[in-house]
Design a protein around this ligand. Sequence first.
Ligand SMILES: C[S@@+](CC[C@H](N)C(=O)[O-])C[C@H]1O[C@@H](n2cnc3c(N)ncnc32)[C@H](O)[C@@H]1O
Ligand SMILES: [Zn+2]
Length: 166
Amino acid sequence: MNDVETRTSRIEGLGLFAARPFSTGKRIRQINVVREVTPASPLREDLGERADHCDYPNGQIVLLGPPDRHVNHSCDPNAYVLCECDGSFLVARRDIAAHEEITVDYNINITGGTAWPCHCGATRCRGTVVGDFFLLPLDIQCEYRSLLAEWFVDAHGDRLRGLGLV
Ligand SMILES: C[S@@+](CC[C@H](N)C(=O)[O-])C[C@H]1O[C@@H](n2cnc3c(N)ncnc32)[C@H](O)[C@@H]1O
Ligand SMILES: [Zn+2]
C-alpha cells in the first residue's frame, strides 16, 4: 500500500496527500532529491524542470523529484522536513489522517527568499509566504524553533541567540 498520493489540491495545483494515517513524530517518507542544481548542471526549464520544485538546504539548490516536489505550503503545517546526514525526511508534526493533504511551512530553514500571497486556507493563515524565517512573527519563530535544521542554526546562531532562540 502506498503511504502517500499526489492529486489536485485546494491550496494550489497538485498536492501530496496521506494514503494512510501518520502519528505525530512519525517519518512519512524520505524526500526524493533528483540532483543538485549548479552552474555546470543548471535547471532545464526546457525539459519541464521548475524553479518552484527546488529546495535550498545549506547553501545548495536541489531539485526535488516526485512526489515530494508537490508538497504545498501551509501556515499551520501538519509536517516538517527533518534533515539528517543520510537524507531529508517528511515528518508528521501532528497526527495526520488518511486523505489529508501533507503540508510544510516554506518559511522554515530559509532567509532572503521571495514573498508571495498564501492561499493555504488555514485559520491561522498569515496571508503571505514571506520566504524568510526571521520575518515570521516572533511567536511563530518560537513555535518552529525545534523544527530548524542544524545547518540553519549553525549558519544563523547569532541572530537566533539575539532572539533568545538558542
Ligand atoms: C513545491 S511547489 C508545490 C506543488 C505545486 N502545487 C505543484 O503543483 O507542483 C511550490 C509552488 O506551489 C504553489 N504553492 C504552494 N503552497 C502554496 C500556498 N499556500 N499558496 C499559494 N500557492 C502555493 C506556489 O506556486 C509555489 O511556488
Ligand atoms: Zn497561509
